[in-house]
Design a protein around this ligand. Structure first.
Ligand code: PHE
Length: 339
């Protein structure tokens, strides 16, 4: 029996363990319930009584010997794999690259905040529209050349389904569901079938404003937009209203501000006039109020629509509209940290 124990000890010594699989094989061969050592232990009761003590002792030593080898190798394997995964706390911190918000989102948010402070609520509507919301309810007579002012992308004809050419559609949707007083702004994407250049794009963004209540006058429109321009571009910014025409407003005015790119000296953005148009405005035409079930004898209102791209270009001195849609990281990353 003692000879057998010695043999097993040699086998334990000779067993090469170079990986996890071998370690498991070792455990099964010597230490598991069906392993050699358990077998030997079972044979102890057959040994002669006077030898039992010595054999028992030798078996215990053998068992400890096997466990020591197993534990020793297992712990070196665990610590080797640990050292691969464990972070080295002394290394310098690797900063994660931070994204930046798109300049149009930044300016859109700034515009919204200025109007919200004046009590305008937010509203929105669909980009795919019908003729009624884009034209008819806004007093564009059928077959009237005013419809050509805005080159339209049609999704289908008869009945007309189109991509909205302006956010004035949302005015109509709002008047349909809400009775005056209405004081809301409506930011959104609009589409026009125009050749893409530094100054024009086939998709861009507008913010529409609508204020309908008793006794709303042109002075309220002017004051609201004066305040907006000073907040957005600074107290020294010049603003002018230029008589214009829109089917849905009467009287109508184009809103111009002095060109921030060239400070009035003349550049391609202001067409060398020193002034840039940021949007249209006017008193809501009585026909529009009537078409939307609002009594023009009782209520009056003003509306305006401004381009977010144009505002952003002036705010940050950007000269080419196409930069907004190209998403060149060298451009957009310049706005990191702005909100
Ligand atoms: N919807 C007009 C446009 O896109 C702008 C506008 C809005 C004009 C509201 C007057 C009032 O050109």
């Amino acid at each position: 029996m003692l000879g057998k124990i010695e043999e097993v000890k040699k086998a334990i010594e000779a067993f090469q363990i170079e990986n996890q699989q071998k370690l498991e094989e070792f455990r099964l061969a010597f230490l598991a319930k069906k392993g050699v050592i358990t077998d030997l232990m079972a044979g102890l009761k057959e040994a002669a009584p006077d030898q039992r003590k010595a054999i028992g002792q030798a078996l215990n030593d053998l068992k400890n010997f096997a466990w020591e080898k197993f534990d020793g190798i297992q712990s070196t394997m665990v610590s080797a794999s640990d050292s691969v995964d464990a972070p080295d706390m002394n290394l310098p911190v690797q900063s994660l690259p931070l994204g930046s918000r798109h300049p149009l989102s930044i300016v859109r948010q700034q515009m919204i905040e200025i109007f919200e402070q004046m009590g305008f609520a937010m509203s929105d509507g669909p980009e795919i529209e019908d003729d009624w919301h884009n034209f008819s309810a806004l007093n564009f007579p059928e077959n009237h050349p005013a419809r050509d002012m805005q080159d339209t992308f049609f999704v289908s004809k008869d009945p007309d389904v189109l991509l909205r050419t302006h956010t004035s559609t949302v005015q109509v949707r709002l008047m349909e569901k809400q009775k005056p007083p209405i004081r809301a702004i409506m930011p959104g994407r609009v589409y026009r079938n125009e050749a893409i250049s530094a100054r024009a794009h086939c998709l861009f963004h507008q913010i529409e404003g609508l204020y309908i209540d008793r006794n709303v006058g042109f002075k309220d429109l002017k004051q609201t937009l004066y305040h907006f321009v000073k907040e957005m571009f600074g107290p020294d910014q010049k603003i002018r209203f230029r008589p214009s025409f829109f089917p849905f407003t009467e009287p109508s005015a184009e809103i111009d501000i002095s060109c921030l790119i060239c400070n009035g000296a003349g550049c391609n953005i202001c067409k060398y006039t020193g002034w840039v148009e940021i949007g249209g405005s006017g008193m809501v035409d009585t026909n529009v109020l009537k078409a939307n079930g609002i009594d023009p004898e009782e209520f009056t209102g003003f509306a305006f629509g401004m381009g977010i791209e144009r505002t952003t270009m002036l705010r940050y001195g950007i000269r080419d509209l196409r930069l907004f849609t190209e998403n060149d990281v060298r451009f957009v990353s310049q706005f990191a940290g702005l909100s």
